[in-house]
Design a protein around this ligand. Structure first.
Ligand code: BGC
Length: 773
């Protein structure tokens, strides 16, 4: 038997080694950056001295190759534009053949032979698709997240791409917003850790390597805070909230070395982000010292005309002057900047600055050295969608699933049981990869049905029935199944479909119902005002429950849903998001207990939509309810539901049970130079091995501005064999106690604090300490 001390030492060493490795990578990157800086400067100074104003403006023009049109317009006359030196890069062009052709035009048919840059939305994998980002965030597994980004980079770069429009780090607390699916949930700390892991995963230690991509942090900034969860809507928030709750993940990504950043569609303080000088210059360039490329979102400049910010000449000039370097799709820069220069509304310095950042990105990617370095047919054939990559995608999917309820241990299911698999999501491959997986091969995704069949093999005991349509309204269904992610409509009467499902259910020992959203019910331009499982599917579920057979509900979703009804009536609920290419296999792994679920929510699930925005790190208010109180007149609450969420942030069950002791502190007082060690004993008290995410929160009891009731400050994911115990240690320093005060100074204020440790934001034990003067 290995001693406890040994195990603690090993786990501490692993964490330390991972951190040390990350630091070392960043350090190597920084040193090699300075060394090559002067070489780059000499090269680019020389190049820019030869460029005409038109050629410089051409570099600022980013066009779509047309494979993913997400706005009202695409681009045309591409070949001639490249030959005229009017294009800096393309996105949404994939494959070495297409990219080589475009690059050839730039480097063999233009005066200065400046290579193009090639971008793509590689959001959660390239061909090997990982769970949607919201699902990945539920793994709370930073090495795995980093690995998924590294695989995405390896595959995309093997297909000619050198720039990804990821990570999307927008905090959101409004699940009506469809793009909740693309982010990492509600929390700035967790979001920042993930942002870092992804940037490091994509970029590695050298952008010029043929298996790395330049990251693009998006959408800067606050895009996830649109009013009423409606996409592209107005944002308005205090600076204090912005700095403490919404900006940290962008900053973390930049501190990790992200090479580029994308502006958002929304306004901030009444000024659209794409022309917001405070945001792009004062904050980003001056305070945060960002040295990379700033690109707009799709037609972001043109949209400022609709915002009521001026005509195309004005908004283009304002965007450039605010700090935008590259104009995506809209061609406002191309069409207007020369005139604006002549009219004096922009200066040649503005144009030089923007051009310089574009050229620097290309230089760092190694494109001047070898413009075709990412176009290798052999790599494209051998590095993409490999068995090894799919294995990791499968593991990631199993780790992203969150077990929300498991009454009477319905799960795991025995392979000898006869299973009725029912529901509109049960036999769909094309919905499994999830939204924003533009490069995935839909035909190769694994449906739930296929996953279960593969697991059951020849003894196949699966009976399948579709049971219901996705949505009752065919037009809504059409809108919710775009981009080839169709779910065929069944034109039989509802009663007939339910009857078929009940016939299947009656022959079974257990019912697995695959219900929820289609993948395009979340994602861009997919906001919803009703976040329940659609009624037509609910009626099917009611009928299945009425059989009295045990029911396992698999919930497919790109956002926290209102599952109050299901929580009340269904014994077992596994939240599976959209799990990527290997979804079906991963679902089988967890359903049959080959893998013990360990996912934890990165966002609060509300009891109903009226509670939104609901998040764990709220303020106490002057009239809080006392602990355990449900309703009290003249307190801050509702008449119809309690203030509690349905499932809290950090929550997720396992097939085993864990006990976490009260935290023990190495000292009761911290100074600005000392640290406190917080230790807990974690025990797996059940009969299966499993992983638990041990979460540490703090509360600053008195502040010069009011402080949240809880804030996540650290977490560790630990594996424990059945019956095993481990001590988990965290180190708290003054840095963990800092926040932005009303002068926007980042400070820690002496006084009393609470520290909480537990396995969700709502299940913790606490201890007290203070920060001395
Ligand atoms: C989205 C971005 C995306 C861009 C390019 C836009 O519609 O908002 O997230 O990167 O299109 O495809």
């Amino acid at each position: 038997m290995r001693s406890l001390k040994y195990l603690i030492a090993i786990s501490a060493l692993t964490i330390y080694t991972a951190c040390a490795q990350q630091k070392q990578n960043l350090q190597t990157l920084k040193t090699s950056n300075t060394a090559s800086q002067s070489k780059m400067d000499i090269f680019l100074n020389d190049l820019m001295s030869k460029m005409t104003v038109e050629e410089k403006i051409g570099q600022l023009n980013l066009l779509t190759g047309g494979e993913a049109i997400t706005g009202s317009t695409g681009n045309s006359d591409l070949e001639n534009k490249v030959k005229r030196g009017e294009v800096g890069g393309f996105f949404s062009l994939t494959s070495p053949q297409k990219i080589r052709k475009a690059q050839d035009l730039a480097v063999n048919h233009t005066r200065l032979k400046i290579p193009l840059i090639f971008g793509l939305d590689v959001i959660h994998g390239y061909k090997t698709t990982f769970p949607i980002p919201l699902g990945m965030s539920a793994t709370w597994d930073m090495p795995l997240i980093q690995k998924s980004a590294q695989i995405a980079a390896e595959e995309a770069a093997a297909d000619g791409i050198n720039w990804t429009f990821s990570p999307m780090v927008d905090i959101s607390r409004d699940p009506r917003w469809g793009r909740f699916s693309e982010g990492s949930g509600e929390d700035p700390f967790l979001g920042s850790e993930i942002a870092k892991a992804m940037v490091i995963g994509y970029q590695g230690d050298d952008l010029a390597k043929i298996n790395t991509l330049m990251a693009c942090v998006k959408h800067f900034a606050l895009y996830g805070a649109g009013e009423a969860g409606r996409d592209y809507n107005t944002v308005d928030m205090s600076k204090v909230r912005m700095y403490n709750e919404y900006l940290p993940p962008y900053k973390a990504a930049i501190d990790a070395g992200a090479g580029s950043i994308m502006t958002s569609f929304n306004e901030i303080d009444g000024v659209p982000a794409t022309a917001n000088k405070w945001l792009l210059d004062d904050l980003l360039r001056k305070d945060w010292q960002f040295k990379g490329l700033v690109v707009t979102d799709y037609t972001g400049i043109n949209e400022m005309v609709e915002h009521g910010f001026g005509d195309l000449n004005q908004v283009s000039a304002l965007a450039l002057k605010a700090g935008v370097d590259m104009d995506m799709v809209g061609e406002g820069f191309l069409l207007t900047l020369k005139k604006s220069l002549e009219a004096g509304s922009v200066s040649i310095e503005d144009i030089n600055r923007a051009c310089r950042f574009v050229l620097e990105a290309k230089y760092k990617l190694g494109l001047f050295e070898d413009p075709f370095k990412y176009c290798d047919d052999e790599r494209s054939k051998t590095k993409i969608f490999t068995a090894e990559n799919r294995k990791i995608a499968r593991e990631a999917a199993t780790k992203s699933f969150v077990l929300l309820k498991n009454a009477n241990n319905v799960l795991p299911i025995k392979k000898t049981d006869k299973i009725a698999l029912i529901g509109p999501l049960a036999d769909s491959k094309v919905n499994m990869p999830g939204t924003w997986s533009v490069s995935t091969d839909l035909s190769k995704a694994i449906s739930v049905r296929k996953g279960l069949e593969d697991a059951l093999g020849a003894s196949n005991k699966l009976i399948y029935a579709v049971g219901s349509n996705l949505l009752e309204d065919p037009e809504y269904q059409e809108r919710a199944t775009m981009f080839g992610r169709t779910i065929p409509r069944d034109n039989r009467p509802e009663a007939e479909m339910i009857k078929e499902a009940l016939d299947a259910a009656k022959q079974s020992d257990v019912i697995v119902a695959a219900l929820g959203e289609s993948s395009e019910m979340s994602g861009e331009s997919s906001s919803r005002t009703d976040i329940k499982i659609p009624d037509v599917q609910r009626r099917l579920l009611e009928a299945l429950l009425a059989t009295g057979k045990p029911v396992v509900l698999l919930v497919f979703n790109g956002r926290p849903l209102d599952l109050s009804w299901e929580n009340k009536h269904v014994p077992s609920i596994l939240n599976v998001w959209f799990g990527g290419s290997e979804t079906g296999h991963a679902i089988a792994d967890v359903l049959f207990g080959d893998v013990n679920p360990s996912g934890k929510l990165s966002a609060t699930f509300p009891q109903n939509i009226g509670q939104i925005p609901i998040y764990y790190s709220h303020k106490n208010t002057g009239r809080p309810l006392a602990e355990g109180e449900w309703f009290k007149k003249f307190k801050s609450n509702y008449l119809d539901v309690s203030n509690e969420p349905l499932y809290p942030f950090g929550y997720g069950l396992s097939y085993t049970n864990f006990e976490i002791s009260a935290p023990v502190l190495s000292a009761k007082s911290m100074t600005s130079t000392s640290t406190i060690q917080v230790s807990v004993q974690v025990k797996n008290t059940g009969a299966r091995d499993g992983e638990e995410v041990v979460q540490l929160y703090i509360r600053d009891l008195v502040g010069s501005i009011t402080r949240p009731v809880k804030e996540l400050k650290a977490f560790q994911k630990v594996f424990l064999k059945a019956g095993e115990s481990k001590q988990v240690n965290f180190k708290l320093s003054i840095e963990d106690l800092k926040f932005y005060n009303s002068n926007l100074d980042f400070v820690a204020e002496p006084g009393d604090f609470k520290v909480f440790v537990g396995n969700s934001s709502a299940n913790t034990k606490s201890a007290d300490f203070n920060l001395s003067k």
